[in-house]
Design a protein around this ligand. Structure first.
Ligand code: GDP
Ligand code: MG
Length: 174
């Protein structure tokens, strides 16, 4: 019988980068234009990753939280997707502060996370090149995905699955 595992994932990133859109695209394969930006939701999703049945809990953060709440989110999660918007350089500049926050709260453990550049369909408005995203991911030693919640390009499911795999690999070696 397949083993079951639980993996808790929090989605972080500046407001408006498409965190909710990405989660909904992953769960429903659809794109919905508008969500309440203040809404914070947790979703449960079962997936078979490789040969294992995995229950994922996805926390779509809203960015309205105070420091205590944010700390709670970070403590709660096993892994993180830090999202920026390729058309918003400011959101890219916020990736490092998010990563530093994770290190600060999760220390002394290594933090498991992936970097996601969303809105790849808006290439004509691009402010962050693919190379810049790749370079940052190399510096931070994490996997990198450029994708679009709008068109579904960039294999969003694979990004979430890879994050789960990495969380489980690291749990096994601890
Ligand atoms: P959040 O604040 O990070 O949760 O961002 P939302 O998911 O609410 O998205 C913010 C805005 O960006 C909404 O108007 C979405 O329709 C839009 N959006 C999200 N993802 C994409 C995408 O991949 N491409 C485009 N063109 N727009 C997107
Ligand atoms: Mg949202």
């Amino acid at each position: 019988m397949a083993k079951t595992a639980e993996v808790k994932i929090a989605i972080l990133g500046r407001a408006g980068v498409g965190k909710s859109a990405l989660v909904v695209r992953f769960l429903t394969k659809r794109f919905i234009w508008e969500y309440d930006p203040t809404l914070e939701s947790t979703y449960r999703h079962q997936a078979t990753i490789d040969d294992d049945l995995v229950t994922m809990e996805l926390l779509d953060t809203a960015g309205q939280e105070d420091t205590i709440q944010r700390e709670g989110h970070v403590r709660w999660a096993d892994g993180f997707a830090i999202v920026y918007d390729i058309t918003d350089k400011g959101s890219f500049d916020e990736v490092l502060p998010f990563k530093n926050l994770l290190d600060e709260i999760k220390k002394p453990k290594n933090v498991t996370f992936i970097l996601v550049g969303n809105k790849a369909d808006l290439d004509h408005c691009r402010q962050v090149s693919t190379e810049e995203g790749e370079k940052l991911a190399t510096e931070l030693a994490c996997a990198f995905y450029e994708c679009s919640a709008c068109t579904g390009e960039g294999n969003i499911s694979e990004a979430f699955y890879e994050l789960c795999r990495e969380v489980r690999r690291r749990k096994m070696v601890q």
